[in-house]
Write a protein that binds this ligand. Structure first.
Ligand code: FBP
Length: 552
């Protein structure tokens, strides 16, 4: 394979490990845990894996000879959307199990969870692993979104796990995929299958975090890539001074990515979905807010600016949220029937079957957005918000509002727009040093959990704003993060999504400065991720992580 100059040099980068992981480890059990909510239901659904203790790893200075443990065979799955650093998790896992015993073997299941069910796999040998060290992407084994929920899938998976003599399966995924991991761990334990399951927190969205997990991997790199792109657009905007740029940012429901990018780049406007919901705002309120900023800048002769919009915004407008909830139930019950209808029939059917209030909201949405909300769900039941062009919808509405303001004598400016969606550009970048180290450590640590013989745990590293050597390794039971939510028309146990906290330090910092950013031009240009050079530039964690560390 021909490699870019950067890849050739990055091949040689040696991720750093926390000091505890550089020798043999002993596991120290903490207190028993309980789920974040709905404890009785979750305990009933996970009788074998509920309430397990947190685990901390410490160096075993009485046992310094590595490589003399029993060999372990491990399977690995990449699940869901790509996130920078996934390959390093696998590399860390590989090096970790080899350090337990050089005879240990690693198998990668291909194209996500379906590889397990369909028995598509390959053994990951040292030459394959070395090709992918410190690279972005999930192409080493591919990824997919198949939901593991049926007993038949678990049993099919077990056949191949047994055939390959696999002791443990590591599932690298977001909240939905780690929910799968917990369900699989419980099932295999309940039938004494002899296969353990370990999860790993992945997602650029940053919504898989809690009191223990400080950040999911990929968030750091993806937001730095978007930060660079937004900064470049802002400099272009500030040079020609003729466009308003509307930039939608990936991130699914939560606005962590938009917030982090706003902190990095100081745009004129950044909408935070969680605030929209908390303040019970309508689409018109959001449009009025943006139009107000455009008019204030126009009054100063500034007919240009930047607006950041989180991709999940539409789901957080309270009226639309209620509509989506009713549509979810309708799709769960009538999905097959609806799928056969053409656009016109679909709209008529939906309007006829929705409750009055939701039908009103549906009828007011542009047809393309309404249709998107009706049709597309991913296998986990999520609205595919990356397909909804919210940035165009909002800028169109802002333009209309400005015309009304012009007629009322409240605005006298020019409003030319450009639209961008930054999402897929950030998911497969070369991981930043932070993600390269974090991911390698998560994988290496997962090998420690495999060796410890535990199941239903997520690999964990803490104290991430300190130097890597001081990061604290351990494991937490996945059931600890769960609550009950309505999915596909039924109540299901799922990992609770972490949304932006309006009383958290990152949001408060943003809120304290945004009025000035709105009217003045305070843009910051972060530039590209740096891999070589001073640590304060190359190893700097995200601003969200730094401000949250202050809160902790
Ligand atoms: P995960 O939850 O799987 O990590 O999703 C990340 C993500 O990039 C979201 O931000 C985005 O909405 C979604 O994937 C897009 O999905 P797809 O890759 O299927 O188009």
């Amino acid at each position: 394979m021909k490699k870019s100059a950067l890849q050739q040099v990055r091949d040689a980068y040696c991720p750093k490990l926390p000091a505890e992981l550089t020798g043999n480890i002993v596991i120290v059990e903490g207190k028993p845990t309980q789920s974040v909510a709905d404890q009785d239901e979750i305990r009933k659904l996970f009788p074998n894996t509920y309430g397990l203790p947190e685990l901390n790893f410490e160096r075993d200075d009485n046992n310094t000879v590595q490589g003399t443990g029993k060999p372990v065979n491990v399977g690995v799955i990449l699940s869901g959307g790509q996130a920078p650093g996934g390959h390093n998790v696998i590399c860390g896992l590989f090096d970790g199990i080899k350090s337990i015993n050089p005879e240990s073997r690693l198998y990668g299941f291909l194209m996500g969870p379906s590889g397990l069910v369909d028995h598509k796999y390959k053994e990951l040998t040292a030459d394959i692993i070395d090709e992918y060290r410190n690279t972005g992407g999930f192409d080493m084994i591919g990824s997919g979104r198949t939901k593991l929920e049926e007993k038949e899938q678990f049993d099919k998976g077990l056949e191949i796990l047994k055939k390959l003599n696999i002791d443990a399966l590591v599932i690298i995924g977001g909240d939905d995929s780690n929910t799968n991991a917990a369900v699989l761990a419980e099932y295999y334990k309940s039938i004494n299958a002899g296969v353990r399951v370990i999860g790993c927190p992945k997602t650029i969205d940053g919504d898989l975090k809690n009191s223990e997990i400080e950040v999911s991997f990929g968030f750091d790199t993806a937001t730095k890539v978007y930060g660079e792109l937004i900064g470049n657009v802002q400099r272009d905007c500030n040079s020609s001074r003729k466009y308003w740029h509307f930039m939608k940012l990936m991130g699914r429901s939560a606005s962590h990515i938009a917030l982090e990018c706003a902190l990095q780049t100081q745009p004129n406007v950044c909408i935070i979905s969680e605030e929209v919901e908390a303040e019970n705002q309508t689409l018109n309120d959001i449009v009025d807010q943006i139009a107000g900023v455009v008019a204030r800048r126009a009054a100063k002769g500034l007919n240009f600016g930047t607006v950041l919009i989180p991709e999940g915004l539409i789901e957080f407008i309270p009226a639309v949220k209620r509509l989506i909830s009713e549509l979810n139930d309708m799709i769960a019950a009538e999905g097959d029937k609806i799928a056969d209808l053409d656009n016109k029939e679909l709209r008529a059917y939906v309007l006829e079957h929705l409750s009055e209030a939701n039908a009103k909201t549906y009828s007011r949405l542009p047809h393309d957005v309404a249709r998107q909300l009706t049709l597309d769900r991913d296998p986990h039941g999520n609205v595919q918000v990356s397909l909804i062009e919210t940035e165009k919808l909002i800028s169109r509405m802002v333009a209309d509002r400005l015309e009304e303001m012009r007629e009322a004598g409240e605005y006298n400016g020019k409003f030319s727009t450009m639209h961008h969606f930054f999402g897929y550009e950030g998911r497969c970048s070369f991981p930043s040093n932070f993600d390269a180290n974090y991911c390698y450590g998560l994988g290496y640590n997962a090998a420690g959990l495999v060796k410890a013989g535990v199941t239903g745990y997520m690999t964990l590293l803490r104290d991430l704003t300190k130097p890597v050597e001081q990061w604290v390794p351990g494991g937490i039971p996945i059931t600890m993060m769960m609550n009950m939510e309505r999915r596909n028309g039924e109540m299901k146990p799922v990992i609770q999504k972490a949304l932006v906290k309006l009383d958290g330090a990152p949001f408060k910092k943003f809120a304290s400065q945004r009025d000035q950013w709105a009217v003045d031009t305070c843009y910051i240009y972060p530039g590209p991720i740096q891999y070589f050079g001073p640590a304060e530039i190359c190893d700097r964690p995200s601003m969200t992580l730094m401000y949250e560390a202050e809160d902790r």
